[in-house]
Design a binder for this molecule. Structure first.
Ligand code: NAP
Length: 307
């Protein structure tokens, strides 16, 4: 696969920690099942795995390191805190590399637009040493994207991508010009939480209670017309409601990062991103999504953590 145009990315946010799985997703998944999900992804040529040090309460990166990272593409991040400490990116990347059992990462994202100049300067240094092959930015608005690109342009390094929250019901980054700017500049746009952490799934499928489900419960009623619209479109293509959410994203030319920890989820993701929705179906889904007007995560939900 071409790293510049992936069809989809496997998100590993809920890998590794039984406590995280149980509290946030309602159930934990054992290591063997997650390993099978990873093998399924490799069979489907979905080779990119998206990670960060805090995923699975710190266990996801170690887990993928145990599985072996030789034949996959690693996407990982530096998460800046409120205070910049010189050398912080190198120190963090060294920890990542030891967890991955690697001496480089394929794609490395500045997770938040905090201390952009200082953090990017360190990332550029690590890129020049060959420890990072592609540089991306995450949770950046348009002005911050332009600033980051100017810094990288000056260093003669391409900006690989922007990784922000986007889904059928959260299309702000498209409406405010970030997605178009990415397209014009040959920068990939990756969407995180295309399933709104499990909210854009079939409400008829009963799952165990969790913190996320508690947060969602009040919104599900309002989303009913959208579930019905997704079901209608899905039936035409023999795909499920969550697959419609994934296909919607892929049909926009946006790379969906989907939280998959079970083999069937990877298979469904593969099928979804290979489903062609018509312009009429896309407009229909958007119109219903706009009408229900439900917000869950918010496009810029991590702004509070930005210095
Ligand atoms: N850059 C950033 O700031 C940032 C922030 C958040 C996330 N991310 C990335 O985005 C990824 C995705 O986000 P996420 O995992 O939080 O949320 P998500 O992908 O929107 O949703 C995951 C939920 O969807 C369910 N699911 C997945 N595939 C399904 C299918 N085919 N049918 C039915 N349900 C399905 C999962 O079910 P189960 O519970 O049964 O597994 C899980 O509950 C993360 O893993 C991470 O890599 C990045």
């Amino acid at each position: 696969m071409d790293i510049r145009s992936p069809k989809a990315v496997i998100g590993a946010n809920s890998w590794g920690s039984a406590a995280y799985g149980t509290l946030l997703r309602g159930s934990s998944v054992d290591e063997a099942t997650i390993r099978k999900a990873m093998d399924t992804a490799k069979e489907k040529d979905l080779l990119i795995f998206d990670l960060a040090q805090d995923y699975g309460l710190g266990k996801a990166q170690k887990m993928i390191g145990r599985f072996g990272t030789d034949d996959i593409i690693i996407s990982s991040k530096f998460t800046p805190g409120k205070k910049y400490v010189p050398g912080q990116v190198r120190k963090s990347l060294e920890r990542d590399l030891s967890e991955f059992g690697r001496d480089f990462v394929d794609i490395y994202w500045l997770h938040l637009p905090t201390d952009i100049e200082q953090n990017l300067a360190e990332i550029i240094g690590l890129y020049n040493e060959g420890k990072i092959l592609h540089i991306g930015i995450s949770n950046f608005n348009l002005a911050e994207c332009k600033k980051a690109k100017a810094i990288l342009d000056y260093a003669k390094i391409p900006l690989y991508g922007v990784q922000n929250h986007y889904s059928l019901i959260s299309r702000e980054w498209e409406q405010n010009g970030v997605v178009a700017w990415c397209r014009e500049n040959g920068v990939s746009f990756w969407a995180w939480a295309v399933l709104e952490e499990g909210m854009l799934t079939d409400p008829r499928v009963k799952t165990k209670g969790s913190i996320m489900k508690l947060i969602f419960s009040g919104k599900k009623k309002k989303l009913r017309p959208l579930y019905a619209a997704m079901d209608r479109v899905g039936k035409r293509h023999s795909i499920t409601i969550p697959q419609v959410a994934e296909a919607f994203c892929a049909n926009k030319g946006i790379v969906p990062i989907c939280g998959c920890r079970k083999p069937y989820q990877v298979e469904q993701l593969y099928e979804a991103v290979n489903t062609k929705l018509s312009p009429k179906e896309m407009r229909f889904l958007e119109a219903v999504a706009d009408k229900v007007n439900v917000r869950i995560l918010g496009a810029d939900m991590f702004r509070f953590a930005v210095k």
